[in-house]
Write a new protein. Structure first.
Length: 365
């Protein structure tokens, strides 16, 4: 029997295949996903497979945005720098001093100084109306974005031209570029006031020093009675005018008379030669008579400012209305005095003299 021998040669060959930057693998499967024939690269280049192609991409959030009162997530790629929701702003009525303004301060929530903010405002708590604070602090329909500093920083700014006696609500959102807008902050609310004007005329007691003079008669809110006096004698009386208003344009008090100080027989006590526009010192010599007034408001709003700043300056009371007190803004109890001075000479006819002085106060809303 012939024996046959079989020689089996086993060749072990190692094949090394290198493709820089790429890695192939089998399908990846889990209960929630399956990646078919995936291919991964080292980043920065084009990656492809049967089912996808990716070029230097970042992961992003798909579908619609998601938000609540305290957060907002936008679709697409994540923004490189995304601001946080601003803090709750403050909105306050300025103590009722102005009827159509409110003061606001926004809170950054710790964002960078170059983050921009928009302030939404509504008179119905955003039920159906949303407007925006404009760069000039009025209210408009356009969304205005400004930095925290431009919105007044920690001092805030004053909303103007609002509707009086109306509740307002504001809220703030932020952005660091057009694709990074946040949701709104919590809201803040305050109400504007009703327009107000209060004018109180009050008398001044005798022996009161006012504007370099000392009164020697006591007056009331409705009368300045010089009583009986002899030739050459000087009588000084005064009244106070107190004004409170929230008018943003302030107020003006004027006065006029119905006629000169006149007796029943038609004789008059002449007025001083000075006028409201140009008051003069009390005359050194009085032969018939002299009558005039001085206001303690040294900075009147019309005419030459400071014309009554010197104590010894008097103007004739006229049948024309002239300003004697004013303020260019809201006033909280402004007090000014009107000093009335009269003197007769030996040529003045005896008699009972009287006239009527009318005060007129106007406010600029």
């Amino acid at each position: 029997m012939k024996l046959q021998k079989q020689i089996i040669i086993i060749l072990a060959i190692s094949l090394i295949w290198s493709l820089p930057g790429k890695l192939f693998g089998q399908s990846l499967v889990s209960p929630n996903y399956r990646l078919e024939n995936p291919e991964f690269d080292t980043g920065g280049g084009l990656a492809t497979s049967t089912n996808y192609q990716s070029q230097s991409s970042l992961g992003g959030i798909g579908q619609a945005s998601s938000s609540s009162a305290n957060y907002k997530v936008t679709p697409g790629f994540e923004a490189e720098s995304y601001p946080g929701i601003p803090g709750q702003p403050t909105l306050t009525n300025t103590g009722g001093n102005m009827y159509n303004t409110l003061d606001f301060v926004i809170k950054t929530g710790g964002d960078k100084s170059d983050v921009n903010y928009a302030i939404a405002i509504s008179a119905d708590n955003f039920a159906s109306t949303t407007n925006f604070v404009q760069a000039d602090d009025t209210v408009g329909t356009s969304t205005v974005w400004q930095t925290y500093t431009a919105w007044g920083g920690s001092a805030g700014q004053r909303l103007v031209s609002l509707v009086y006696n109306t509740p307002y609500t504001i809220k703030v959102k932020a952005r660091y570029g057009p694709d990074s807008e946040t949701g709104y902050s919590l809201t803040a609310a305050a109400s504007t006031s009703l327009p107000t004007l209060s004018v109180v005329i009050s008398g001044v007691n005798s022996d009161t020093a006012i504007a370099g003079q000392t009164t020697n008669i006591t007056t009331t809110a409705t009368s300045v009675s010089f009583s009986a006096f002899s030739s050459g004698q000087i009588k000084v009386g005064a009244q106070q005018v107190t004004v409170t208003t929230n008018a943003n344009g302030g107020y003006s008090v004027g006065l006029y008379e119905d006629h000169d100080l006149m007796s029943s027989s038609g004789a008059i006590i002449p007025a001083v030669s000075g006028s409201n526009a140009s008051p003069v010192s009390w005359p050194a010599v009085v032969t018939t008579g002299a009558f005039g007034y001085h206001t303690t408001d040294a900075a009147l709003c019309s005419g030459l400012a400071g014309r009554f700043s010197a104590n010894d300056t008097y103007a004739a009371v006229s049948t024309t209305l002239y300003e004697v007190a004013c303020n260019t803004g809201p006033a909280n109890g402004d007090v000014n005095s009107l000093v009335y001075k009269v003197q007769t000479g030996n040529l003045e006819a005896a008699g009972f003299y009287n006239n009527k002085i009318i005060y007129v106060t106007t406010a600029s809303y």
